[in-house]
Design a protein around this ligand. Structure first.
Ligand code: NIG
Ligand code: FE
Length: 413
């Protein structure tokens, strides 16, 4: 295939010299090239530089795209979603508006168990088709890489059904997809009074098949009061790690669950949520190689305090931002909204938000070799903005789409 030239780019955003995870104050540095060109071949980035360095452009290239006035960013890397689910749950949303608590909604048959019931009735092709639509939707809003969790199965068959759907999405979708086994999302009703029985089922019945069929890249546990304790989280993650699955843990969402410290002790790739943090949890994360993934749209939707991004950054943590796209606590996978909320509510600077949602997000799902920044050899997964006045405007004028077009593997979608 002939090379593609994109010329006259007003600002080529996130062009680091080194492919590295950013922590603390490093997040504020966003390398860019002004008035730039970019060369793509076979879906990959093969060249870049300033326009003035480009001689005789039209001669050497098959296709030339003019990006006058446009910013080009690497696509978002959304490292935490639950986007395979059978049905939305807006009736719970209405109950919440009326003032019902999470516990009252769960007592009415709502919550994760509600999604599990719906999932049981759905066929693999129904699950595949609805998830496919969500992938199309998020790619239009600039997501080029996405992690997807199981966790609405909660039986051997249900969890395997979800993971096989994710595997098929991986095979068919042009997006970069990573798969996470979240059998320990909650206790199914049948094991309400036999927690160890369910943990044994995860370890003895689910994990061996998942490893054999290579159905997951990572293992996750909802480490939370009333769900899985820190000790149970460690037990489940260690069993997964023995089979090659790195942990990515739901931690410190509703309570000081000990999830962050458990994740750090395990050497988890990431600990995610972090709405409820104290000094000990922040210190422990800062002194580790584990990434803290912040999910501001989940905090927003549940009317929780937002994650303490500034304290985490000041302590020197490596942080990522992600959507948590799921029917219960974040029914949106729009990373532009996640980014705007990170600026507005968590007081992150636009540069920090872009780094947290691109390169650090890529590291949080082990996609950093292919995605997360504009570097030679990485995939040409790019956001072309409309002619906005500045980078900050993308998040300041929240709720409007500033994306002109999105490119995945070198092709406009
Ligand atoms: O990440 N916290 C646990 N799991 C999801 C919510 C799942 C649901 O309510 O369906 C989350 O917020
Ligand atoms: Fe989640």
């Amino acid at each position: 295939m002939a090379a593609i030239l994109i010329k006259n780019i007003r600002l080529l955003v996130n062009t680091p010299a080194e492919n590295m995870l950013l922590r603390g104050s490093q997040l504020a540095t966003l390398p860019c090239i002004e008035n730039a060109y970019l060369v793509l071949e076979d879906g990959l980035i093969t060249g870049m530089g300033e326009m003035k360095e480009l001689v005789n452009p039209e001669k050497q290239f098959g296709t030339v795209t003019d990006a006058t006035g446009q910013f080009l960013l690497p696509c978002w890397c959304d490292s935490h979603t639950h986007l395979v689910f059978a049905r939305s749950r807006e009736e719970e949303f209405i109950d919440k508006i009326k003032g019902l608590s999470y516990a009252e909604i769960a007592a009415k048959g709502g919550g994760i168990l509600n999604s599990a019931l719906k999932l049981q009735e759905a066929t693999p092709s129904q699950l595949f088709n609805s998830a496919w639509k969500r992938l199309e939707e998020i790619s239009q809003t600039g997501t080029g890489a996405v992690e997807i969790k199981s966790g609405y199965g909660l039986t051997v068959e249900g969890e395997l059904k979800m993971l096989r759907v994710i595997k098929k999405l991986k095979e068919k979708s042009p997006l970069i997809i990573r798969s996470t086994f979240l059998g320990a999302h909650t206790y199914p009703l049948a094991y309400k009074d036999n927690h160890q029985g369910y943990i044994d089922l995860i370890i003895r019945e689910m994990l061996p098949v998942i490893a054999r069929e290579k159905l997951a890249d990572f293992i996750d546990v909802f480490c939370e009061t009333g769900f899985f304790s820190a000790a149970e989280t460690m037990e489940i993650c260690k069993a997964g790690m023995a089979l090659g699955l790195k942990p990515k843990i739901h931690a410190n969402q509703l309570h000081l669950s000990g999830g962050t410290q458990a994740g750090v002790e395990l050497g988890a790739l990431s600990v995610d949520h972090l709405e409820t943090m104290d000094d000990a949890a922040i210190r422990s994360l800062a002194g580790s190689s584990t990434i803290g993934t912040l999910l501001p749209t989940a905090a927003f939707f549940l009317r929780m305090p937002f994650q303490p991004a500034r304290q985490l950054i000041e302590a020197g943590c490596a942080i990522a931002i992600a959507s948590d796209y799921n029917p219960g606590s974040s029914p949106s996978g729009n990373m532009n909204l996640v980014a705007a909320m990170s600026c507005i509510q968590m007081k992150m600077q636009p540069e920090e938000v872009i780094n947290a949602g691109t390169i650090n997000g890529a590291f949080a799902m082990e996609a950093e070799k292919e995605a997360g920044s504009i570097m030679i050899g990485k995939k040409a997964n790019l956001i072309f903005t409309k002619p906005v006045p500045s980078l900050a405007y993308l998040f300041y004028a929240f709720g409007n789409s500033h994306i002109d077009k999105v490119m995945i593997n070198g092709e406009f979608i």
